[in-house]
Ligand binder design. Sequence first.
Ligand code: GDP
Ligand code: MG
Length: 431
Amino acid sequence: MEELRKGLLRVVALVKREAVIDRASIRKILRELERELLKADVPPSIVAEIARKVEERTLKEDVPPGFSRRELLLRNMYEELVNMLGGESRYEPRIRKGATVLLVGLQGSGKTTTAAKLALYYKRRGFRVGLICADNYRPGALEQLKQLAEAVGVEFYGDRELPPVEVAKKGAAVLRGRGVDLVIIDTAGRHKEERALLEEVREMAEAVNPDEVMLVLDATIGKGAGAQAEAFHSVVPIGSIILTKMDGAARGGGALAAVAKTGARIAFIGVGEKLDELEPFDPPSFVGRLLGMGDLKALVERMEKARLSIEPESLMKGKFTLFEFKQQLEELGKLGPLRKIFEMLPGSYQLTPELEKAGSENIKKWIAIMNSMTREELLKPEVLDRSRMVRIAKGSGTSVKDVRELLAAYKRAQKLLKQLGRSRQARLGFR
Ligand code: GDP
Ligand code: MG
């Protein structure tokens, strides 16, 4: 993956270096991105789609207040790459106490190594793991897994005399008897011929009824991994994928993208020969590393917050009555723009930690007060005279003084919004 990472770092550097971010420079940058992805063997149709989406989004979307189109471009690249690899959320294999995992895949894909890696991974998470060798075709297979089981310090079962399906069934029972709560079955996968392998996988899956079937794929085959994933899923509808040898694979990115494209879920990636070189696959952190930016995740999060909050412009366009004020206060917990407003307010509403706490208590009180108002009062605060305030205070279990404080805070916010509307400088300070 090192090559792809270096390539993408160059693209990110280009984004940062370009003097202006306009249609022409976006195209230029995206051509570089496409080149790097193609080099990593990402299927051309996926590459074209990503470039198209990033371009369209970057030109069309509003730049959130306080950000630049350059940052928007980076964010969109990041998001589209995450989508390409399966989206925001990590796939959680169905592994709990008592589970059985069946590993399948072509010979040489890294199954046996991965079986031991998984054993270590789950042992470290408190499982009592047992490994079963259901590969009786290859001489030495049993010995290989047995040694690995010893190295990891987990239980082992194998029997050269029985057919693989019987070994798996009996092994599971024997290991459970020894207190094992996670059984991992390593299979032969000797077949170069895919059809025969798939048939065996089907038989095995029916016999042992595993909670999770994992297809082990060698990432060095690049985008060809997509077809293998698809064939596998046609036989075993449930299941996930482990891509091995991601460490050395120049085409690893293509393998990931092609597999994700089939809708198959990637559970882990193997990143070296050592037994602890197995990583849960999480698209956001993977892409973050590819783009070489810990700070990119932070950027994406900040932009997300800005997007969630209502843009000041839209507040300023319309009227800002108590009704909007109330909506904003209700949003405040989610970091609405009024929080920023408070931060800019002179005096008592500066959000120092103490005042932030006081502020949030006030906010609850204010919302209660406004809940006691009529719609007319919310939309036309100027009608609020003393007798109405007395009624509202009673209704909300507060005092007239509290109601007046709320109105004062509302007026300060209103005034500030007006100032913001007038001053572009101030709006920039809004970030
Ligand atoms: P099997 O035939 O599917 O059981 O494959 P093995 O587990 O015997 O592995 C085949 C070869 O791939 C061995 O030399 C392993 O060390 C190597 N291998 C497996 N996983 C990885 C990995 O993630 N990275 C690297 N670099 N090599 C791996
Ligand atoms: Mg093997």
